[in-house]
Design a protein around this ligand. Structure first.
Ligand SMILES: NC(=O)c1ccc[n+]([C@@H]2O[C@H](COP(=O)([O-])OP(=O)(O)OC[C@H]3O[C@@H](n4cnc5c(N)ncnc54)[C@H](O)[C@@H]3O)[C@@H](O)[C@H]2O)c1
Length: 346
C-alpha cells in the first residue's frame, strides 16, 4: 500500500491518500459498522454489489445533468432524515461527479462533517478526489457553485479500474499526462515508456501512476489551495478543450478534448518559444500513440471564440494559458488573445 500525506497550511488541514488493491471492501464494512453515511454512484453499486454497504446509503446517478443544487439538496435531506450529526462521517464512492457533489454536501451539512473520498474512475483517482474543490453546475454553467473543502482521507483501490470503459480510462489518463507535462519530465517519460502496460491496465504500473499524479497534485495544492497562482498549471490543455467541447456540443469526451487542448496549446508554446520541438514531439507522440485524437476541425469559429473568451481563465486583457515549459516545468502566460488560439486551427 502506498501513502501520500497532503499538508495544506492555508486551511490548516492535512490528510492521507492511500493507494492499493482489493482493500476497499474491508474498509467500507468497517465504516458501515462505525455508522458512517455513504453516497455511492449507482453504476458502481451495481458492479460491486458484494462490497457495497447496505445501511445509510444514498445511490446517486452520476451525470453532468444531475450535478445540480437539487441533487445536493437530496443528499442533504438524506443526511438529515437519517439523523447525521456534526461528528458523522460521509463516504463518497464514485467518479468525479459523485465526489464533487457529495463533498459539497459534506462541506455544508451542519457547517461541515468529515468526508472520505473513495474515487472509482481513473480521473477521480488521479485528479478530482485530491485538492478539495467541490461543485455543482448552475444555470448551464459547469461547476459554477461550490466550496473548497479538503477530505479527511482519500482511499484509492485499483480494483475499480477493471470495470471502466476504455473511454473512461483514457479520460482519466489524460489528466496524469497533463500533470506530468507541466511538473515532471521523468514521470512523463515513465508514462511514455510504459504505455503498453498502461493500456493493459497493469495494477502495479497504474498504482505507481496514480501515486505520482496524486503527489504532484498534492504539492501544487499545498502551495496554492484556492488557485490564485501555481494551481492554474492544472489547466494545461483545458482552455482549448473548453472551446472544443463547446464547438462540438460536448460530443467529444472531456479527456479527449483535453488531449487535443494539450496538442494545440503546445503548438502555441512551440510557436512562442516556451517549449522546444523535442518537447512538442514528445507530447504529440505520446497522445497519438495512446490513440487520442490529434486533429480537430472547428465547426463554428465564432462559437469557439466566444467559449474561449468566456473561459474561467479569461480576464479583460485576454486569456491566461498554462503551458508545458522548458524541461516540462509549466508556465502560465497571461493576456493571450483568443484569436491567436483560434488561428492554430486554421
Ligand atoms: N474537484 C476537482 O478538482 C475536479 C477535477 C477534475 C474534474 N472534476 C469533475 O469531475 C467530473 C468528471 O469525473 P469523472 O470523469 O469521474 O465522471 P463521472 O463521475 O461521471 O464518472 C464517469 C462514468 O463512469 C461511471 N463509473 C464510475 N466509477 C466506475 C467504475 N469503477 N466502473 C465503471 N463505471 C464507473 C460513472 O457512473 C459515470 O457513468 C466533472 O464533473 C468535473 O467537473 C473535478
Amino acid at each position: 500500500m502506498k501513502s501520500i500525506t497532503v499538508n495544506i497550511s492555508e486551511s490548516k488541514t492535512n490528510y492521507s491518500i492511500f493507494i492499493g488493491s482489493d482493500f476497499i471492501g474491508d474498509k467500507l464494512a468497517q465504516y458501515e459498522k462505525e455508522g458512517a453515511y455513504f453516497i455511492i454512484d449507482s453504476r458502481v453499486a451495481s458492479f460491486y454489489k458484494n462490497i457495497i454497504p447496505k445501511e445509510r446509503v444514498f445511490l446517486f446517478q452520476a451525470s453532468e445533468k444531475n450535478k445540480t443544487l437539487l441533487s445536493l439538496e437530496k443528499m442533504l435531506d438524506f443526511l438529515r432524515q437519517n439523523d447525521a450529526l456534526r461528528d458523522s462521517t460521509l463516504v463518497a464512492v464514485g467518479g468525479g461527479i459523485t465526489g464533487d457533489v457529495a463533498a459539497f454536501a459534506a462541506s455544508v451539512y451542519m457547517r461541515g462533517i468529515k468526508l472520505i473520498q473513495v474515487p472509482t474512475t481513473l480521473l477521480a483517482m488521479v485528479d478530482s478526489s485530491v485538492g478539495g474543490k467541490t461543485a455543482v453546475n448552475f444555470k448551464g454553467i459547469k461547476n459554477n457553485i461550490g466550496t473548497f473543502y479538503q477530505p479527511g482521507m482519500v482511499l484509492i483501490d485499483s480494483h475499480f479500474l477493471d470495470s471502466l470503459t476504455d473511454k473512461e480510462y483514457l479520460n482519466g489518463l489524460a489528466e496524469s499526462i497533463k500533470i506530468a507535462a507541466v511538473r515532471d519530465k521523468e514521470f512523463f517519460e515513465y508514462i511514455a515508456a510504459n504505455k503498453t502496460s498502461i493500456l493493459k491496465r497493469s495494477k502495479a504500473i497504474m498504482e505507481y501512476i496514480i501515486a505520482v499524479s496524486c503527489r504532484l497534485k498534492a504539492e501544487i495544492v499545498e502551495q496554492d489551495e484556492k488557485e490564485s497562482g501555481i494551481r492554474k498549471l492544472l489547466n494545461f490543455g483545458h482552455t482549448v478543450a473548453h472551446g472544443i467541447e463547446s464547438d462540438s456540443n460536448h460530443k467529444i469526451h472531456h479527456g479527449f478534448a483535453v488531449a487535443l487542448g494539450m496538442i494545440y496549446e503546445s503548438k502555441y508554446a512551440l510557436k512562442k518559444g516556451y517549449i522546444d520541438k523535442d518537447t512538442y514531439d514528445a507530447i504529440y507522440g505520446l497522445l497519438k500513440s495512446l490513440k487520442y485524437p490529434t486533429h480537430y476541425e472547428p465547426k463554428d469559429i465564432d462559437k469557439m471564440l466566444e467559449a474561449l473568451s468566456k473561459d474561467k481563465k479569461a480576464g479583460k486583457n485576454g486569456i491566461s494559458l498554462a503551458l508545458s515549459g522548458k524541461n516540462m516545468q509549466g508556465v502560465i502566460i497571461n493576456n493571450i488573445k483568443s484569436k491567436e488560439l483560434i488561428d492554430l486551427f486554421l
